[in-house]
Write a protein that binds this ligand. Structure first.
Ligand SMILES: NC(=O)c1ccc[n+]([C@@H]2O[C@H](COP(=O)([O-])OP(=O)(O)OC[C@H]3O[C@@H](n4cnc5c(N)ncnc54)[C@H](O)[C@@H]3O)[C@@H](O)[C@H]2O)c1
Length: 432
């Protein structure tokens, strides 16, 4: 099939390259001229394992094309995915500026029937709005359908997730079975369970799923804090819980909290959306509060360990991205913790295997180190904030020779506490 993707970010590019790999002819459209130029030379604008090969191969085969011209990009396709960003506004609600702008451009450019599939995570109320904008901006009496197809990929595993989705959700307007059938055919090679729903159901599947993941992280952090008080090891507690299939083990990893481009924003958007519909989502608000508290508790622990003062203390930070396997620092809690350290007057020297460039544009007045080692030099404490495997393999002996104090605050429970303590470190994990 011929497919177009508007918005060539994490979701759009992975979806575009994946669909091309399945044999479709895909046009990826973006307003970012520089990004499109780089992509046309097989240069991937962000770090995602396996994506470079996929893009390069499909570009060469002519199945994948990149353009900044929406008119050119949608001309040959019947199916148009919208995969632009929907960041949180100041008050928490989803900012639909990019989606509406695409709808306007799309309306103007459509010359024949199109199936407009919204992949971006958008709140209830967006579909009538997009429909109205499309109708208002189209030049002639062209028919179109509008479909919801929320995305569930995880950055860091996005290529794998494209080819092995847990489910495909297709939300259509009532009586639009033939529209759903076209999308089912497109995704059929992935052999994933498909659920056809109404549009609002599909939107709620996405929000409820992300918020449930946030809830699990928040829950396990609460349990971790209790474990610290009562003297239990939360990692053993979680292991013990995970044998129960009803509980599983996903997203039960204690740490500094949940961050990243989606969980916080989607949680805030759902709270705001509930408010707009006259419901006070008190329970969801408490998840958000708990997350804030978890971030602050990292600073409190560090302060306690360093005699109550962080002013002028040299703090090494390992990990800037919101998780390992990506260079994405959007809403990364590591960035927030660094900001708090700066407010306390600490001197931060930070390293990340992939996120340095992105972080540089967000935080100032810290030292960015070119190697993990450098972040340890003369440090009075090391904070580990992202679970990159290379941190787990770093020699504790070497660590000790570089640091001023053998003090490690492991915000992601990456290291072995017994080993670290045996080797003479003051080691504090989360909930152990
Ligand atoms: N990143 C994830 O892990 C993830 C996972 C599931 C769902 N989502 C959702 O998918 C959507 C996209 O997320 P993302 O992380 O890929 O965003 P992103 O910011 O990485 O990419 C958005 C892209 O859209 C482009 N764009 C903006 N306005 C445009 C326009 N008018 N025309 C063409 N292109 C335009 C931007 O230049 C950018 O390249 C969001 O709604 C997000 O919540 C993201």
């Amino acid at each position: 099939m011929n497919v177009s993707i508007i918005g060539t970010g994490y979701v759009g590019l992975v979806t575009g390259a994946g669909l091309a790999e399945l044999g479709n002819k895909v046009w990826c459209v973006d307003i970012d001229d520089e990004k499109i130029k780089r992509l046309n030379n097989s240069v991937i604008p962000f770090y995602e394992r396996g994506l470079d090969k996929l893009v390069e191969r499909n570009l060469k085969l002519g199945r994948l094309k990149f353009t900044t011209s929406l008119g050119e990009g949608i001309k040959e396709s019947q199916i148009i995915f919208i995969a632009v960003g929907t960041p949180a506004k100041e008050g928490g609600e989803a900012d639909l500026t990019q989606v509406i702008s695409v709808a306007e451009e799309l309306g103007k450019a459509m010359e024949d029937y199109k199936m407009v599939v919204i992949k971006s995570t958008v709140p209830v109320g967006t579909f009538p709005l997009v429909t109205e904008v499309l109708k208002r901006s189209k030049k002639t009496e062209i028919d179109f359908d509008i479909v919801s197809n929320p995305e569930f990929l995880r950055e860091g595993d996005a290529v794998y997730d494209f080819f092995h989705p847990t489910r495909v959700i297709i939300g259509t307007e009532p009586g639009k079975n033939e529209v759903a059938e076209i999308l089912k055919k497109l995704f059929a090679p992935l052999k994933a369970p498909v659920l056809q729903t109404g549009i609002i159901d599909a939107q709620m599947v996405k929000y409820a799923s992300n918020v449930f993941l946030a809830c699990r992280v928040s829950f396990v952090n609460e349990i971790a804090n209790i474990c610290e008080k009562v003297g239990a090891d939360v990692m053993k507690v979680v292991k013990g819980m995970s044998y129960d299939k009803r509980l599983g083990e996903g997203y039960l990893r204690p740490g500094i909290g949940f961050g990243g481009p989606c969980l916080i924003k989607d949680l805030k958007a759902l709270i705001k959306m509930s408010e707009n519909y006259g419901y006070n989502a008190q329970y969801l608000k408490s998840i958000l509060e708990k997350n804030e508290h978890q971030v602050n508790s990292t600073i409190i622990k560090l302060k306690e360990a360093l005699g109550g003062v962080l002013y002028r203390k040299v703090i090494g930070v390992w990990g800037l991205t919101f998780k390992a396997g990506t260079n994405d620092v959007r809403n990364s809690l590591s960035m927030r913790i660094i900001e708090l350290l700066r407010q306390e007057g600490a001197q931060v020297q930070a390293y990340d295997p992939q996120g340095m460039e992105e972080a540089r544009s967000l935080v100032k007045n810290i030292q960015f180190c070119s190697q993990a080692e450098q972040a340890l030099e003369n440090a009075e404490a090391l904070l580990i904030l992202t679970g990159w495997p290379e941190f787990a393999h770093f020699s504790p002996e070497r660590m000790k020779t570089l640091m001023r104090n053998a003090l490690v605050l492991d915000g992601v429970n990456l290291l072995n506490p017994e080993e670290m303590r045996r080797k003479g470190f003051i080691y504090r994990g989360v909930g152990r």
